[in-house]
Design a protein around this ligand. Structure first.
Ligand code: NAD
Length: 394
C-alpha cells in the first residue's frame, strides 16, 4: 500500500513506498515527465524502494477542464504529501494569477529556491574550466523587490506614497516617480541562511557565502549579512567560523560574505573558492541563471523550492513552447531535479545512480539538440531516445 510522507517534530518521515504528487506542466512538461518518470522509478526500485507518482492537474490542462489554473485539490495534495515534483507552467497572460509558480511558492511557504550547480564532463560550457564550479545557491524566495509591492508612475497610490515620503520623511523625490518597496525581515533572512548552513553541515561543504549588496542598501541587504552572521554564530557556533576569525588549522565551515557584483566576478575567476551561497531574492535570481549558463544552461540545471518539511522539485526552465511536441527538449533539468528530490527523501544512493547514468550517456557523446548543436563531435538524440539510453545504463 502506498503511504504518505509525514512530518513529526520538524523531521520528515519517508516510507519505502511514498506517494509523490506530480504536476506534469505545460508545453514540453508532459513529454519531459514521460521520459523522466521511468528513470526515477527504476532508480528507486534498484535501491529497494517503490515510488508512487500521482498526477494532479495544473496549468493549461486544468484550465481547460476545471476553468482554474490551479485547482484547490492540487494545492492540497502538494501540502498533504509534503514532497512533489513539477514541470514548467506557463504564466497565464492577462488577468488571473500573476504567476502560478510564484503562487505555489507563496501558498506553501517554500522560502528557499535551491539550485545546485556542478558541471557534467562533456557538456559544452562557455568557460574554460567549468569543472571548478561546485556550488549550491540558496535564494530567498518570499521577500525583497519580488514581493510585488510596486506602483506605476502617475497612479494615485504612487502619488500618495510619494507625498508621504516627501512630507513625513523628507525624501526629495522627483515628480511622478514609479515606486517599489524592498521588504526584508530578520525572520525570512535567518531561516534562509539557517537552511543553507544546515545543508553545508549535512553535505560537508567547506564554506557558506552570504551574497549581498549591503554597501549600498545598508538596511536591507546589509542587514541580511548581519543576520546571516548572527545565525551562524548563535545557532552553529561549534560548526562554523567567520572568515575573519579563521585560523589555518580550523576545520569548521567558513562563513564569508561577498558583495553581489564582486561575486559575479568571483564565480568566473575563482569558482573553486565558493561552495554554498545564501542570498536575497534578486541577487539569487541573477546568480542562479548566470551559474546555470556556465554548466550548460537551462536544459541541464536542476532546482527545488523548499520550506520547512515541504518541498517542490522542478526543472529551472519554462515551457519551451517552440520545442513542444518535437521530441527535442532536454529532460536533464527535470531528471536532476528528480535526483535532488530522491536525495531530499534520504535516498541519496538512488540520486547517485541517476547522476552517474546521465554522465555516462553524456560521456558517450549522446546529447539532446540544445547541447549537441554546440559540439560537432556529439551525437544528437531526441528527448525519448536520450531517456532510454539513461535507463539502459542505470
Ligand atoms: P523557457 O525556459 O521556456 O525558454 C527559454 C529558452 O530555453 C528557449 O529558447 C527554450 O526553447 C529553451 N529551453 C527551455 N527549456 C529547454 C529544454 N528543456 N531543452 C532545450 N531547450 C530549452 O522560458 P520562456 O520562453 O521565457 O518562457 C516560456 C513560458 O514558460 C512562459 O509562460 C513562462 O512564464 C514560463 N516559465 C515557467 C517557469 C516555471 O514553471 N518554473 C520558469 C520559467 C518560465
Amino acid at each position: 500500500m502506498p503511504q504518505k510522507i509525514s512530518v513529526q517534530d520538524n523531521k520528515l518521515y519517508v516510507p519505502n513506498d511514498p506517494i509523490i504528487p506530480v504536476i506534469e506542466g505545460d508545453g514540453v512538461g508532459p513529454e519531459l515527465w514521460a521520459t523522466v518518470k521511468p528513470i526515477l522509478e527504476a532508480a528507486a526500485q534498484k535501491t529497494g524502494r517503490r515510488v508512487h507518482f500521482q498526477a494532479f492537474p495544473a496549468g493549461e490542462v486544468a484550465y481547460a477542464k476545471y476553468n482554474k489554473h490551479l485547482p484547490e485539490e492540487t494545492l492540497q495534495a502538494l501540502k498533504e504529501h509534503r514532497v512533489s515534483i513539477k514541470g514548467p507552467l506557463s504564466t497565464p497572460v492577462g488577468g488571473g494569477i500573476r504567476s502560478l509558480n510564484v503562487f505555489i511558492r507563496q501558498a506553501l511557504d517554500l522560502y528557499a529556491c535551491v539550485r545546485p550547480i556542478s558541471h557534467i564532463k562533456g557538456v559544452p560550457s562557455p568557460v574554460k574550466a567549468p569543472q571548478k564550479l561546485n556550488m549550491v545557491i540558496f535564494r530567498e524566495n518570499t521577500e525583497d523587490v519580488y514581493a510585488g509591492l510596486e506602483w506605476p508612475s502617475g497612479s494615485s497610490d504612487a502619488e500618495a506614497l510619494a507625498q508621504f515620503l516627501r512630507l513625513q520623511l523628507n525624501v526629495p523625490l522627483a515628480p511622478s516617480p514609479a515606486l517599489g518597496i524592498k521588504p526584508m525581515t530578520q525572520k525570512a533572512s535567518k531561516r534562509l541562511v539557517r537552511m543553507a548552513i544546515e545543508w553545508a553541515i549535512k553535505n560537508k561543504c567547506p564554506s557558506v557565502t552570504l551574497v549581498h549588496k549591503g554597501n549600498i542598501m545598508k538596511y536591507t541587504e546589509g542587514a541580511f549579512r548581519t543576520w546571516g552572521y548572527e545565525v551562524a554564530k548563535t545557532e552553529f557556533g561549534l560548526q562554523t567560523v567567520p572568515e575573519s576569525e579563521k585560523e589555518p588549522s580550523d576545520e569548521r565551515i567558513v562563513i564569508k560574505d561577498r558583495i553581489a557584483d564582486n561575486m559575479f566576478m568571483q564565480t568566473l575567476l575563482r569558482p573553486d573558492e565558493y561552495s554554498v551561497i545564501a542570498t536575497p531574492n534578486l541577487n539569487g535570481d541573477y546568480l542562479s541563471d548566470a551559474l546555470a549558463a556556465q554548466i550548460g544552461g537551462l536544459g541541464i540545471a536542476p532546482g527545488a523550492n523548499i520550506g520547512d518539511g515541504i518541498a517542490v522539485f522542478e526543472a529551472i526552465h519554462g515551457t519551451a513552447p517552440k520545442y513542444t511536441g518535437k521530441d527535442f527538449a532536454n529532460p536533464s533539468s527535470l531528471l536532476l531535479s528528480g535526483a535532488l528530490m530522491l536525495d531530499y527523501l534520504g535516498w541519496e544512493d538512488a540520486g547517485v545512480l541517476i547522476r552517474k547514468a546521465l554522465s555516462n550517456v553524456i560521456g558517450l557523446g549522446f546529447m539532446t539538440g540544445d547541447l549537441a548543436r554546440q559540439l560537432p563531435e556529439a551525437t544528437p538524440v531526441g528527448t525519448r531516445a536520450f531517456g532510454e539510453k539513461i535507463l539502459k545504463v542505470l
